[in-house]
Design a binder for this molecule. Sequence first.
Ligand code: NAI
Length: 281
Amino acid sequence: MGLLDGKVAIITGAGGGIGRAEALLFAREGARVVVNDVGGARDGAGSSEGMARAVADEITAAGGTAVANFDSVATAEGAAGILKTALDAFGRVDILVNNAGILRDKTLLKMDESLWDSVIAVHLKGTFLCTQAVAKQLIAQGGGGRIVNTTSVSGMLGNFGQANYAAAKAGIYGFTRTAAIELQKHRITVNALAPVAKTRMTEDLPMFQTGMDSLTPEHIAPAALFLGSDLCGDRTGNVLAVTGSQMFAYKVVQTPGKFKDEGAAWTAQEIADHWDAITKV
Ligand code: NAI
């Protein structure tokens, strides 16, 4: 018995890194998997069928069931094509993992419009397009299903040199919260992962130059499996973070704050004077 027996899962950007580990684990747990990957470089340049095909072949060779798809998540036609691959091969879909991503780092003052647009398009727009396409299908099937998005510490806390990526990943957080609220009545849970792992996206970061090889995609995949399986129950709108063997959650908190006299507006000087009390958690 696998946790995903009878389920059909779409995993975007599953031709390498974290998505590949998720696809292999989902298939081992009995899911029939659509391995999507556009097969480009880390910065999104180019495309090829090899990456998705290799992972689908790996799953099949291990006795699992998978089909490859090469569409880009960043266009409506691509999202529709990914869903169509699932429906043509398996007749339904149950789980979507929005994992595809690219990196085009530059500091804010050096960032140009194309670096901004391309990163927002793959991460944020791609998550929207694939979620909308799959959610409509889940509802047409009678409701129920699981969406797992991929955010980042960069989006949750900020990171030097990643204004485009952080904005996209913070957008995925807001999108996850809202989609969770809107899709709850259809019994569709929407949660997000915030992974840290050594992949081609991160291998040149200083932390991975100094022996953090133990932070692997295989540490991340079980968290995606949890959020994509019925073990997740009705938990929705959460951000589950995984860094190697550390598992934690990101939460946005509202401080209790401070009231002035009933109805009275704060002056700027009063905000300065009471800053600590206003912002204390
Ligand atoms: P990766 O570069 O190995 O995987 C991303 C995959 O997405 C690649 O195989 C790429 O070809 C594919 N892809 C890119 N654009 C696509 C498109 N338009 N359509 C379909 N596929 C596309 O990197 P990694 O690390 O496995 O990243 C997976 C996800 O995890 C990304 O969303 C990334 O932002 C996120 N993440 C990773 C962290 C890490 O420490 N590795 C940290 C925080 C978030």
